[in-house]
Write a protein that binds this ligand. Structure first.
Ligand SMILES: Nc1ncnc2c1ncn2[C@@H]1O[C@H](COP(=O)(O)OP(=O)(O)OP(=O)(O)O)[C@@H](O)[C@H]1O
Ligand SMILES: [Mg+2]
Length: 369
């Protein structure tokens, strides 16, 4: 039975060092995951993803805040409520292959059911179903030590789902796998979780993984949730400069807002040229801004007229086979542009016309980070 997860004003302060220093690893984080939804926490190392997940699991005692699962209060330090991990009925999958090395695949998957005193008949049925789900039925009687990394992670997944947890918690489950296996298992994971209809909280620092796996993505930094939204919103309407940069909008162009009209504005660049961009809330006329733009959103072959046309000088070209990265000098700044496909259309040291789609140029206050 999958359940809704509510995290309310979660805060976890660690005290470390000598003299002791207090630091909030998770700082007033609130979010809700609907039953059957997958939410991915994404952010750089140390931003508080694992601590958030451990608080949900009951492995970490928050300083304040509440964790509500399926309408039941599991954590509320102010009220003295802290349900222990084993009583939360959660499934967990971690980075390391936490499988029992002395057992077979089947014994590993059956283990949580044995510990719960399930009848033999019900156990056999559930184990067979779980093994089918992760496509390991034919490996059932192999010792887990004779499996590949990806297969071991599938055993860990089957084992965490076999007792039908309320919520599945996954912390970088793919990070120990090689690149190819990682891509395959990434797609498999979403399919398997969706087939069972589990509510899942998934932690990663890999933006591509977050986009493929999550119904919604929560981008974190320094213990704070910066934006929680669908992958398309995160990629097309990043809330701030950090979310834009972390999700791949690596180009930053500086300027000043000349005029604002609705949610768009004309930005004057240092060269005197004008660029039209989407303005975030609270960006005013006369204000200095930083404009974020994804390399893959630079239009290297604009057709027709209008729409932020600029002359650009091709400073360098990096052919990568299935794509080409260009470094372009444009309006006094250097930006990167990406051309998809095996054909690289432009030569180094030439001048070309490019367009920067106004809707995909996002302006934020220059003081933000
Ligand atoms: N037990 C602890 N004692 C003291 N500080 C801790 C402890 N656990 C985590 N921290 C600190 O809390 C912050 C958040 O850590 P956390 O493990 O949640 O980050 P993360 O987002 O999972 O990072 P990563 O991507 O590297 O796994 C870090 O600054 C970390 O050093
Ligand atoms: Mg972590």
């Amino acid at each position: 039975m999958s359940s809704e997860l509510r995290v309310e004003q979660l805060r976890k302060v660690f005290t470390t060092g000598r003299p002791p220093v207090q630091k909030a690893a998770v700082d007033d984080v609130s979010f809700t995951i609907a039953a059957g939804e997958i939410v991915v926490l994404l952010g750089p190392s140390g931003c508080g993803k694992t601590t958030t997940l451990r608080c949900v699991a009951g492995l970490e005692h928050p300083t304040s805040g509440r964790i509500v699962i399926g309408g039941t209060m599991y954590t509320d330090p102010q009220a003295g409520v802290l349900v222990p991990p084993r009583s939360r009925n959660l499934g967990m999958v971690f980075q390391s292959y936490a499988v029992w090395p002395h057992m077979t695949v089947r014994q590993n998957v059956a283990y949580p059911l044995k510990a719960r005193g399930t009848t033999r008949e019900a156990m056999n049925k559930a184990v067979e179903e779980a093994l089918d789900l992760v496509e390991l039925r034919s490996y059932a009687d192999r010792p887990v030590t004779q499996l590949s990394g990806g297969q071991m992670q599938r055993v860990a997944l089957a084992r965490s789902m076999v007792y039908q947890p309320q919520i599945l918690l996954l912390d970088e489950p793919l990070s120990n796998l090689d690149a190819q296996l990682r891509l395959r298992l990434r797609d498999d994971l979403r399919r398997i979780i969706k087939r069972v209809g589990l509510t899942a909280l998934y932690v990663t620092h890999d933006q591509a993984e977050a986009v493929v796996l999550g119904d919604r993505i929560g981008v974190m930094r320094d213990g704070k949730m910066r934006q929680l939204d669908t992958p398309t919103e995160i990629y097309n309407r990043p809330a701030d400069l950090f979310v834009a940069g972390f999700s791949g909008a690596s180009n930053v162009i500086e300027g000043r807002v000349a005029t604002r009209r609705g949610d768009q504005g004309a930005i004057t660049l240092p060269t005197g040229e004008t660029l039209v961009a989407r303005l975030g809330a609270g960006v005013n006329e006369g204000e200095a801004v930083k404009i974020a733009l994804r390399p893959d959103n630079v239009d290297l072959a604009p057709v027709g007229e209008g729409g932020n046309r600029f002359k650009a000088h091709v400073r360098s070209r990096h052919y990568q086979g299935s794509q080409t990265v260009y470094e372009l000098d444009l309006a006094g700044t250097t930006i990167e542009a990406l051309e998809v496909g095996s054909n690289a259309s432009h030569q180094e040291a030439t001048d070309i016309m490019v367009a920067l789609p106004p809707d995909l140029c996002w302006a934020y206050p220059a003081s933000s980070d």
